[in-house]
Design a protein around this ligand. Structure first.
Ligand SMILES: C[S@@+](CC[C@H](N)C(=O)[O-])C[C@H]1O[C@@H](n2cnc3c(N)ncnc32)[C@H](O)[C@@H]1O
Length: 301
């Protein structure tokens, strides 16, 4: 299976699909969510994005489905080029697909020895190896703290800094060996997953892309349109939550001269929706999923 869609029913309900509406699936992946959205369309259209060529190669388009190889951070421009200025709903299921993780040569997984690559888009320039071998130690530390919540980020970064002076770190195994002494005995797998996750987020500029997507969703959604986002990382979830609540990433209320709060969105989920025990049992990837839904509203003037 390419990828088992997470919180499928909840996402579809959240999108509140109109059969003639225009929708965006920002993260096509294995097409699980896309397939379910398309089933509900009559004359409507779904524009699906993925920056990974491998995900969309040989995928069938239809009268209701257009698939585009692009980063979702350019959604607005691409939609305009396709003749759409406003849409009724946007879905983003962030991060990597199971297929990407399980393809050894992509370098996403701690389980396989491969080149330290981790690019979702093979046309993009920076790889995980370049980050590991060229970033100053202080920048590595910031990255491991922010994106992996690695507790000993300073020691880890210094260790990498020392190791690469002797020999370039080119592969996943070389990285794991180089940082061996930083890895705790208990929870080694979790620790390595956090290290790899930080690199992946940095390689793919996932935080900046998400911010761009959220900003553009404000411009692209019709009034009443739905924004549906699944994130797998607390930092991403915080950005989504703040944007849906306040229209900014810092979580600062924007007030008009009368002291009334103004926000382009109304959150429809106070707390994020999480996967049930049953879904987690079937699909372990759903364990860390947090789904938030908001509606585009008019800003009071
Ligand atoms: C979690 S998977 C999506 C799975 C999909 N919902 C399904 O049901 O099969 C995330 C996908 O989004 C893609 N992706 C991640 N960030 C992206 C971005 N900034 N622009 C476009 N695609 C992105 C990845 O390449 C990956 O294929």
């Amino acid at each position: 299976m390419y990828h088992n869609p997470v919180l499928l029913k909840e996402c579809i309900e959240g999108l509140d699909i109109q059969e003639n509406g225009i929708y965006v699936d920002a993260t096509f992946g294995g097409g699980g969510h896309t397939e379910e959205i398309v089933k509900k369309l009559n004359n409507g259209k779904l524009i699906a994005f993925d920056q990974d060529k491998d995900a969309i190669n040989n995928k069938q388009e239809s009268k209701n489905l257009k698939i585009i190889h692009a980063n979702f951070r350019y959604m607005r421009r691409i939609l305009t080029e396709q003749g759409f200025t406003k849409v009724d709903g946007i879905l983003a299921d962030l991060g990597v697909s199971s297929h990407q993780i399980d393809t050894p040569e992509r370098g996403f997984s701690t389980r396989f020895n491969a080149a330290l690559d981790m690019r979702m888009d093979s046309n993009s320039v920076i790889t995980a190896a370049e980050i590991v071998n060229t970033y100053p130690v202080a920048r590595l530390q910031k990255m491991f703290s922010a994106y992996g919540e690695v507790t000993n980020a300073a020691t880890l970064s210094r260790t990498i800094g020392d190791a690469r002076q002797h020999k370039k770190i080119n592969t996943t195994s070389e990285l794991i060996i180089a940082i061996e002494k930083c890895v705790p005995h208990h929870g080694a797998n979790k620790y390595l997953a956090q290290v790899f996750q930080s690199l992946r987020i940095e390689v793919n500029q996932e935080v900046d892309s998400l911010k761009d997507l959220l900003r553009e969703s404000k411009d692209v959604l019709k009034e009443g349109g739905k924004l549906v986002v699944i994130s797998y990382h607390s930092l991403e979830d915080r950005l989504v939550k703040n944007y849906m609540r306040y229209g900014n990433f810092e979580g600062i209320p924007d007030k008009d001269v009368y002291g009334r709060e103004r926000s382009p969105f109304k959150p429809l989920t106070k707390k994020p929706i999480e996967a049930s025990e049953g879904e987690i049992e079937q699909n372990s990837r759903s364990r860390s999923a947090k789904l938030r839904i908001a509606e585009r509203i008019a800003i009071a003037s």
